[in-house]
Design a protein around this ligand. Structure first.
Ligand code: F6P
Length: 342
């Protein structure tokens, strides 16, 4: 078989582990050949690719980012996009594609499957918001980076008796905020699933300080919203999938919390630091398991599927199931975090 591999959307620690696993298992166990497309769907549309071999995928397991590059290109927003995908596959003699991506990249994969293209998807997002899989690789690394930052902010918060606001990634779901908030001992966690009232947030902080606390740590997802408002962002632009660029809710919270409570406040936006650098061992292992499972599914021509983690097992699920709706933070984990807000 000849198989095309691509990485789309925001990059994520562990992508190179997936690529390496697909190629290593695919060549050694199945005798396949691989082509790696540059910059996600853009490389497929422009037929920009090179061979992925045992030697070109050596030494990449521990490296962050993606050796293939990534973009947020949407073939369905481009005139004759699907035709271009088909003609690239024909020109390269490809039997199947393995796209590695989140809701957008795999959304395209799902549509291509319906249009008769052979695809097997691999779920990827630091946000951990893809349904049908318990975890996506990259999430644990992002949580660790955010937790390390919260630990550091704790000591300076204590020194200055300040309210520290930490803005983390999470467009639709607050997984990074909740996990890093629990691990880092946050006093307030604001997530997209639970629109907040700024008066309640400030009253809570005042109560804490009246009870003897001298500082507070607020962790907020970039996609958190006020009860009465829209998304809060410093940006206007949207991408090819219609998502507005997020970032900046922390700025507003810093100002409002300081104005309303009188406590000195400082915000930190962690941004893309959460997506960069070396993947944790957990994400290398999960990425490797996903890569091996994806190439096995393609070998068996079990197309239209996404590999997924369920409990401790790697399974195949319908792409459509994974894309139906985002996986939101459940009440149990949030309530566990809330035990420590006092
Ligand atoms: O999709 C994951 C994500 O990290 C989101 O949490 C964030 O909003 C977005 O990507 C940022 O994307 P970009 O790299 O295009 O700024």
């Amino acid at each position: 078989m000849r198989i095309g591999v691509l990485t789309g959307g925001g990059d994520c620690p562990g992508l190179n582990a997936v690529i390496r696993a697909i190629v290593r298992k695919g060549i050694n166990a199945h005798g396949h050949e691989f082509v790696g497309f540059r910059y996600g769907w853009a490389g497929v549309l422009n037929n920009e690719a090179s061979d992925l071999t045992l030697s070109s995928t050596r030494g990449i397991l521990h490296r962050g980012g993606t050796i293939l590059g990534s973009s947020r290109t949407n073939p369905y927003k481009i005139d004759r996009g699907v035709e271009m995908v088909r003609s690239t596959m024909e020109a390269r003699g490809l039997d199947a594609l393995i796209p590695i991506g989140g809701e957008d990249t795999l959304g395209v994969a799902g549509k291509l499957h319906a249009d008769g293209v052979n695809v097997v998807g691999v779920p990827k997002t630091i946000d951990n918001d893809l349904a049908a899989t318990d975890f996506t690789f990259g999430f644990q690394t992002a949580v660790q980076i955010a937790t390390d930052a919260i630990d550091r902010l704790h000591t300076t918060a204590e020194s200055h008796n300040r309210v520290m606001i930490v803005e983390v990634m999470g467009r639709h779901a607050g997984w990074i905020a909740v996990y890093s908030g629990i691990a880092g001992g946050a006093d307030v966690i604001l997530i997209p699933e639970r629109p907040f009232d700024i008066d309640e947030v400030c009253n809570h902080i005042r109560r804490r300080h009246a009870n003897g606390s001298l500082f507070s740590i607020v962790v907020v997802s970039e996609g958190a919203m006020r009860k009465d408002g829209d998304l809060i962002t410093e940006h206007q632009e949207t991408d090819a999938f219609g998502h507005v660029r997020l970032g900046g809710i922390g700025i507003q919270l810093e100002r409002e919390i300081e104005e309303r409570t009188g406590y000195e406040s400082r915000m930190t936006i962690l941004g893309h630091v959460q997506r960069g650098g070396t993947p944790l061992a957990y994400d290398r292992v999960l990425g490797t398991r996903f890569g091996v499972a994806a190439v096995d599914a393609a070998t068996e021509e079990d197309f239209g599927k996404m590999v997924a983690l369920r409990g401790t097992d790697i399974m195949r699920v319908e792409l459509a199931e994974a894309l139906a709706e985002p996986k939101l933070v459940d009440a149990e984990i949030y309530e566990t975090a809330a035990v420590f807000f006092g």
